[in-house]
Each structure stands twice: as C-alpha cells, then as structure tokens.
Design a protein around this ligand. Structure first.
Ligand code: PEP
Length: 257
C-alpha cells in the first residue's frame, strides 16, 4: 500500500474528555474536515480515551479520518487483567497506536523493553505505531539529548522487521515542552529528527525509511507555530495534545497546514 504523503496530524486527547465529549468533538472536527476539504491537505488521526474508541469509530466511518489508541499491550490474548490487545484494537477499527508516550514512561514506569514489546506486537497485528521519544529537561541540560533519543529509538526498534505493509511513525516529543505552551525551536526539532533518522539507518534501508517511516514533532504545537514543524527537513507531521481539545482551536490549527 503506498504511504500517504500528506502531513500527519495526530490529536492526542489523553484522559481529558468524557466519551460524550469525544464523540461530539469528533463530529465537529469531521464536519469541518469535510467542509474545508482538509483531506486534500492532511491526514487526521484522532486518539480518544479507550472507552470512547468505538463511539468515535462510528462517527469517523467513511470520512477519511483515522482512529488511534493511546496505548496497547504486548500480547494479543490471555490472562492480562486490565490490558488491551492490539488485535482487539484492530477489531474496532483502530489504525494507529501511540506507544511510549512520556506520560506513560513517567507515571506508569514503562521501560524501553516494554515499549519494544508493544511495538513488535502492534506491527504484527497491522497497527501503525506512533513511537514517542524525547529527552527530559535534565537530560538536555547535561548534554545527553542525542544519546537519550538514540537509545530510545534503538531499543524500541530492536528486532523490528518491516513488512511491505508496515508503517511506523516516530514522534519526537521533548518531555520538558509537553503542555508547557512553548514549543522547541524548529531548528532543534529538525536536528533531532536527523538524529532519529540516522539511528534508524542501523535498522532499515533508506528506501524503507522513505516510504514506510515518518518522523513527526510533538510538544506545545498550536495554530501559531504548526507551520514551523510540518514539511521542515525530515519532519512530516505533528502530534498535538492541548490544542486538539477544543474544536475551534483545532480547526484553526488544521487551517494553518
Ligand atoms: C503530547 O502530550 O503528546 C503533546 C504533544 O501535548 P501538548 O501538545 O499539550 O504539548
């Protein structure tokens, strides 16, 4: 399947909205998406909370909008109380899955090894993983940024083999700017995208990277700065948290692409 060349816009609603609010927001966004012909300019992925996935799946059906989950487990079936199988996500229409978000690394103590297992399981079920990597402020201040990014990417990709159908997205999300209202300098995001690309060259051919892998940026993206992060160097999309929670603001953001 040819890879979509349009900029990728991923809305991560985290645990901020109820099921009802997720459904209403997705309806409003779909309406604007169709009315403004946004599908000609961007690929939209909505990532609601787990219990809202089916409701949002219903709303976006046949509207050229994709569904994403915010997490997944690394086994497809079995005695894993409270976990969600990648196979079940596919069953309800999920196409993308966020893996290794810094909030999960921080609050749920997700390790590089767990993230690698989630990535493998998701790819083998045909999901498109959105692997989040990023340094903390302390790591940046101590000059560790590139090392941290390279380590996170390499450990997640350990053992990953892309089939011709696989798609993989790496989201560079500096932990210290998430939710801060202040994105990183676009140049810094581009330079880090290059570190990610170079690290991936140890795993995939340049041809596979070009057609099956995308690098996107996340961290305080809003309507005023989105244009700095899309189509700049190796960056081909954005992951948006706070600015995706309110319809008018997010539609404004889509308008800027
Ligand atoms: C995120 O948490 O993935 C994110 C990008 O959040 P925000 O846009 O609010 O910084």
């Amino acid at each position: 399947m040819p890879v979509k060349k349009l900029p990728l816009l991923v809305a991560n609603w985290k645990m901020n909205l109820s099921v009802k609010e997720s459904v209403v927001l997705s309806k409003n966004l779909c309406e604007a998406y169709i009315k403004n012909k946004f599908q000609e300019r961007l690929s939209l992925v909505l990532c609601p909370t787990f219990p809202a996935l089916s409701g949002v799946a219903e709303v976006i059906k046949k509207k050229n909008v994709s569904l994403g989950a915010q997490d997944v487990f690394w086994k497809t079936q079995g005695p894993y109380t409270g976990e969600v199988s990648p196979r079940v996500l596919v069953e309800i229409g999920v196409e993308y899955v966020i893996i290794g978000h810094s909030e999960r690394r921080q609050f749920l103590k997700e390790t590089d090894a767990m993230i690698q297992q989630k990535l493998l399981a998701s790819l083998s079920e045909g999901l498109k993983p959105i692997l989040c990597v990023g340094e903390t402020f302390a790591e940046r201040q101590s000059g560790q940024k590139d090392l941290v990014i390279a380590r996170q990417v390499s450990s997640a990709l350990n053992g990953v083999v892309l089939t011709p159908e696989s798609h993989l997205i790496i989201a560079y999300e500096p932990v210290w700017v998430i939710g801060s209202g202040q994105a990183v300098e676009p140049r810094e995001a581009s330079e880090t995208a290059l570190v990610i690309y170079q690290t991936m060259l140890d795993f995939f051919s340049p041809k596979a990277l070009k057609s099956q892998v995308s690098i996107i940026y996340g961290g305080s993206v809003d309507p005023t700065n989105i244009h700095y992060f899309v189509g700049q160097g190796l960056l081909s999309g954005v992951l948006v948290g706070g600015a995706s929670l309110e319809d008018k603001r997010f539609i404004n953001l889509m308008n800027k692409l």
